[in-house]
Design a binder for this molecule. Structure first.
Ligand SMILES: [Mg+2]
Length: 147
């Protein structure tokens, strides 16, 4: 299916410290079918280096979409979100928060920091596949991105 953004693969930055969740996300994304390039970083500092193309990431691509865990080593997801949404060059990149937390305060806080959506992690692969099928249809096929 042709994407509104053209035919190139969608560049996704996944900020996730749990190897199991990286695996589940990657598996669910490939099941969903849209051609993507998944770039994985494991903590908040690394995420910001990737986005700023610094500290060894000078070849990093600008992601079309960021999938962000909240609880991360070094800098947590809230700090990453704050920096992204305050940066004129980065703030247009949609940030999908994907976390184990379903606490109202986390939902409230992350929307206050301009997250584009808040998702609670499914418990197993089937759940991830269902979620990423929906996410694929909306965020990867329908939504248009800005540079
Ligand atoms: Mg985590």
């Amino acid at each position: 299916m042709a994407r509104p953004n053209g035919r190139r693969a969608v560049q996704i930055l996944l900020v996730e410290d749990s190897p199991a969740d990286v695996e589940l996300t990657s598996e669910a994304l490939s099941e969903a079918g849209t051609e993507t390039n998944l770039h994985v970083v494991n903590d908040g500092e690394e995420a910001l280096s990737f986005l700023h193309r610094s500290d060894g990431y000078d070849e990093a691509v600008r992601p079309d979409l960021i999938i962000l865990d909240l609880n991360l080593p070094k800098k947590d997801g809230r700090e990453v979100l704050t920096e992204v949404k305050q940066d004129p060059a980065l703030k247009r990149i949609p940030v999908l928060v994907l976390t184990t937390s379903d606490a109202e305060i986390d939902i409230y806080d992350t929307y206050n920091l301009h997250a584009n959506c808040y998702l609670t992690k499914p418990v197993d692969l089937d759940g991830f596949i269902d979620m990423f099928e929906a996410l694929d249809r909306f965020w990867l096929r329908l939504v248009r991105f800005s540079s």
